[in-house]
Ligand binder design. Structure first.
Ligand code: FES
Length: 226
């Protein structure tokens, strides 16, 4: 994975894909992340690395408002501090055993995390604020995110925008770069939207993926034979 880091708010996943009491893996360039939702419905984003021995926290599980590591079961509370060590149940873990939570926001049906210097809220514009957004799907695309952004008509410098599509109506597209040559495309439809329209947009997402990966494959081949 590239170690290049760009600051800002990243759209990690559809809010609907993060159920209460579950954890999932995500990433931004140069940084793997664990994303989890506690029993109160609040989303948390941490580095995907246990402070004990480095196990991926995204493989863990949520118990009693804390994220438990799969390896030795250490539990970390919402603030990132270790709150329980099963091998020493009577020990109050020192406050130094902790992970540092990233700033998180849920807006427009997406879980966002702030990396590096960023404003207090994720990017938005009047078009995004003007509608309620229904989750369609997320697709992983093996192509550079900037190429995908150009292909779907994303305004320069943006990671999320409302796209006007003649056939399907308004769609909110958000792009998460997960490495030098891959990204996640999250799609949401402006409410109200019937099942047929949601299916059409899902098909469009798959079509975007096919064309982007075909282009990326051709570019890679051209580089090899040049
Ligand atoms: S590596 Fe996570 S508890 Fe040991």
């Amino acid at each position: 994975m590239s170690v290049t880091r760009e600051g800002g708010w990243y759209p990690l996943m559809l809010s609907a894909d993060l159920e209460t009491g579950t954890v999932a893996g995500s990433a931004v360039p140069g940084r793997d992340l664990a994303v989890w939702r506690d029993g109160q419905g609040r989303a948390h984003v941490w580095d995907d690395r246990c402070p004990h021995r480095g196990m991926r926290l995204s493989l863990g599980f949520v118990r009693e408002g804390a994220l438990a590591c799969l390896y030795h079961g250490w539990r970390f509370g919402a603030e990132g501090r270790c709150v329980h060590i099963p091998a020493h149940p009577d020990l109050a873990p020192p406050g130094t055993i902790r992970t540092v939570p990233l700033p998180v926001a849920e807006r427009h049906g997406l879980v966002w995390a702030s990396v590096g210097a960023a404003g207090v809220q994720p990017e938005g514009d009047p078009a995004m604020e003007a509608a309620a957004w229904l989750p369609v799907r997320s697709v992983r695309i093996e192509a550079p995110w900037r190429d995908v952004a150009r292909a779907v008509g994303m305004p320069e410098g943006r990671r999320a925008a409302v796209l006007d599509r003649d056939v399907d109506g308004r769609v909110l597209a958000a792009l998460l770069p997960v490495g030098a040559g891959a990204c996640m495309l999250h799609l949401l439809a402006a409410a109200p939207a019937g099942v047929e329209r949601l299916h059409d947009l899902a098909d469009w997402g798959r079509d975007v993926r096919s064309r982007a990966e075909e282009r990326a494959g051709r570019a890679c081949l051209a580089g090899i034979v040049a």
